[in-house]
Design a protein around this ligand. Sequence first.
Ligand SMILES: [Mg+2]
Length: 349
Amino acid sequence: MLEDKEQKRTSLDNLGEFRLIEHLTENFNLNHSSSKVGIGDDAAVLDYTDKKTVLTTDMLVEGVHFDLSYMPLKHLGYKAVMVNLSDVYAMNAVATQITISIAVSNRFPLEALEELYSGIALACKLYNVDLVGGDTTSSTKGMLISVTALGQAQDHKIAYRSGAKPNDLLVVSGDLGGAYLGLQVLEREKEVFKVNPNNQPDLSPYTYIVERQLKPEARKDVVELLEKLEVQPTSMIDISDGLSSEILHLSKSSKVGCNLFEDKIPLDPTVISACEEFKMDSTMVALSGGEDYELLFTIDQNDFEKIKGNPHFTVIGHMTEEKEGNHLITRANTKIPISAQGWNSFKGE
Ligand SMILES: [Mg+2]
């Protein structure tokens, strides 16, 4: 629905693979001293000296992870980078390099890839990461993007999923549920558009949640803030699949249990109003929605004073002994087991 029908179309068949990569990456610079050699040789050369290396990779497939009928290509490029950087930050590490590989069918002209790479370039600039490699190839159908992100951290700074202890506080950055509701709005407008293609949707009441879906931001600032506050998370994970499944990952890896308090879950007012409109329960959306790319971490109780009152952080619960299990304490003060299955998993309990 957002496509410009008048735009110039240069067929990819006119460019060889080498010229295509060269063209798409010509304005990318290397800013990190650890990036010794980037694009242009057979392989990149990186040097982290005394630091540990963190590496993560993710693949996004058209029709599975993104829908180009409402996802502008520039946003897609940006989001593909964010999804990966989020995993680096979830290790309490500094992201330094990425590689990008794409497969595209001949339905995409050069201008489409330039759009995609403009989003990648913006992400690299704002998050200070170097693009040091990648590949482009053809696909028989649709688009596929694979991103690998590298980061570095001192050994003792790395936050694993496995370090939480009973009585540690469970903390989340930002607010939850927005990305899922943004997706609901976009899917609804797509259906309206199918019926009447002249109907341009007014998404202004949904700006925040639509942006949470189309242009998420990885929480680089949270890693920097924790460093500044001298708080070392005992465990950490990013929220890609929803709060409940991430809590279960932390609990399982750390061999602890968890009490999560429903009334503490941070929700933006637009999330609450969209939930009313879509007749959804806001707690369920936060627990099962996913794609928020916030950081969920545990801290020692002694560090509470350091984060208390900070607008970026909300204490939403605490860890318990493993045998106590994982529970949501509702507003009505009932205790419900947390399960990862998602949407309807609490029904009938
Ligand atoms: Mg993750």
